[in-house]
Design a protein. Structure first.
Length: 216
């Protein structure tokens, strides 16, 4: 087969496009839910938030945050995301007060993210692929859409936050702690996600090393 200069350029462009798609998918796959405030001390309107943590520069356009009802497994809320994870690796989605603004500090995106109190789950999805999921509360005979075992159902004004956003054991009960004082836009770990080999090592050390968020 003879390749002309034009055909070689087309092949090169196609290869680069595939590499770009693969790199985007890889970066999105490293993005996790790092903190959630779903029940504010007063009104939820404009005060609740979901925080994501991932590789800086990751494009979030087209990703979905879904609220899954713990009673029947029905998706009761689907939030379309947009934007790019900033240089600190932290992306805060603040609840819309109703006028396009939010009372959440350090907000990167404003959406309707007033998710229900537990038992319920919040799922981060790229099409049919689940990137991360957090289930909270006592499900009993309900439908759990999180990972491993459910995290606690926190009291009003407290949030659920990852023990360390650079470590994901895929078990909500182990990965998340209760924060009396929510910290949108702030995490204790490096803003640059760690290599897979390091993540694997740290996952095994979770029970031995107390590196986590400072609880309020």
């Amino acid at each position: 087969m003879i390749f002309t200069r034009k055909s070689r350029r087309r092949i090169t462009r196609s290869a680069m496009a595939l590499i770009g798609v693969s790199a985007l998918a890889s970066a999105q796959a490293q993005t996790v839910i790092s903190e959630v405030l779903y029940d504010a001390a007063g009104t939820d309107n404009g005060n609740v938030f979901v925080e994501l943590f991932g590789p800086p520069g990751t494009l979030l356009d087209g990703l979905l945050l879904e609220g899954v009802n713990g009673a029947d497994g029905v998706v009761y809320r689907s939030v379309l995301l947009a934007g790019t994870i900033p240089s600190d690796g932290i992306f805060v989605i603040g609840d819309d007060s109703g006028d396009g603004t939010s009372l959440v500090i350090d907000v990167d995106l404003i959406r309707e993210v007033d998710f229900q109190n537990g038992p319920d789950s919040i799922v981060l999805r790229a099409g049919s692929i689940v990137l991360d999921a957090l289930g909270y509360g006592d499900f009993g005979g309900g439908v759990f859409a999180g990972e491993g075992s459910a995290a606690a159902d926190v009291p009003g004004g407290s949030s659920l936050a990852r023990f360390n956003p650079a470590v994901n054991t895929h078990n909500n009960m182990l990965d998340f702690v209760v924060l009396d004082l929510p910290t949108p836009g702030s995490v204790p770990a490096s803003a640059v996600p760690l290599p897979p080999a390091v993540l694997l090592f740290l996952s095994g050390m979770l029970g031995l090393v107390g590196v986590g968020r400072k609880q309020g």
